[in-house]
Ligand binder design. Structure first.
Ligand code: ARG
Length: 295
């Protein structure tokens, strides 16, 4: 049987240049402040990712990096965004807490319908991943279970809670990639038995990854429904994706692995907000995105 024909959906991504990226502290098992990051290499890898997204036809917006926030490059953690509604994150560790304000400023000076700030610890798209009309929500290390109810209330989509158990896979997006509205790939060993059962019930045909694939951040991949941007070294997964009609594109994000991140961590998907006429990119625009008024 020939694989299904996949259609790429245009995306709008928010990213942050790794100008000040460094591993200065350790808040996950990948981070070792004695092991230096190569800033030039990190910049090349990140710029290549941005160029690739633009070549694929996606829009990339940039938030200004801050010198005191070395993890700010991991834009995925900044917010949950669905249908023009934004829930700005509340970070677990004080080292990253001020990122919320920097990103909130970006959101509140654009025309989103609603911008709220999380009351509970919530690390945005690191843990809350839209899959069609549901939100897959990780907990166990960062985002608190109470945040899941808050996300559901604010973003208006049902939340499926998944508990992570392996500290190396501390955010949901290190253990699971949403490939399309009803398709995911994940590493089962990162979840508790209830989480595995839930994933198996929701996605019985999911592509299952191996531990060594999860360890190179192959599940920290970015899909537009057709193109799947994943680590170049994840060759087995790439060929499984091809079998299913996806178009895998290998990238090197190895410098970011030193901080516990990959391509997805650097990419906040402004889910459902792609139409550029609905996001005013000039400062001070806070107009509502409701039905357009006749001019
Ligand atoms: N050093 C960052 C942290 O520990 C890495 C964040 C990775 N982001 C992600 N979406 N998984 O918070």
């Amino acid at each position: 049987m020939s694989p299904p024909v996949r259609t790429a959906r245009k995306r709008h991504y928010l990213m942050c240049r790794p100008t000040f990226f460094a591993v200065d502290y350790a808040i996950n098992p990948w981070m070792d402040p004695t092991r230096p990051v190569d800033p030039a290499r990190a910049m090349r890898q990140w710029e290549h990712l941005v160029d690739l997204y633009r070549e694929l036809g996606h829009t990339v917006s940039l938030v200004e990096p801050r010198p005191d926030l070395p993890d700010m490059v991991f834009a995925a953690n900044a917010a949950s965004v669905v249908d023009n509604r934004v829930l700005v994150s509340r970070f677990k560790y004080p080292e990253r807490a001020a990122e919320a304000r920097a990103y909130r400023q970006w959101f509140s000076t654009r025309a989103f319908r609603r911008v709220a700030t999380a009351g509970h610890v919530n690390e945005g798209q690191g843990d809350i991943l839209p899959a069609g009309r549901i939100l897959l929500a990780g907990t166990g290390f960062r985002t608190e279970p109470a945040a899941h109810a808050e996300v559901q209330a604010l973003l208006g989509l049902p939340v499926v809670t998944l508990t992570l158990t392996d500290p190396r896979f501390y955010h949901l997006d290190t253990a699971l990639t949403v490939l399309g509205d009803t398709e995911v790939m994940y590493y089962p060993g990162a979840f508790d038995p209830a989480g595995r059962a839930t994933l198996n019930a929701l996605f019985p045909d999911a592509l299952l990854a191996r531990r060594e694939e999860a360890e190179i951040f192959a599940l920290n991949s970015v899909s537009d429904g057709c193109n799947v941007v994943l680590p170049a070294a994840a060759e087995r997964l790439a060929s499984r994706l091809e079998d299913r009609g996806f178009r895998p594109i290998g990238v090197e994000m190895t410098e970011f692995r030193k901080a516990g991140g990959g391509a997805k961590c650097c990419t906040l998907d402004l889910h459902g907000c792609v139409k550029s006429d609905r996001i005013r990119l000039h400062r001070g625009a806070v107009a509502s995105n409701g039905p357009r008024q006749a001019a």
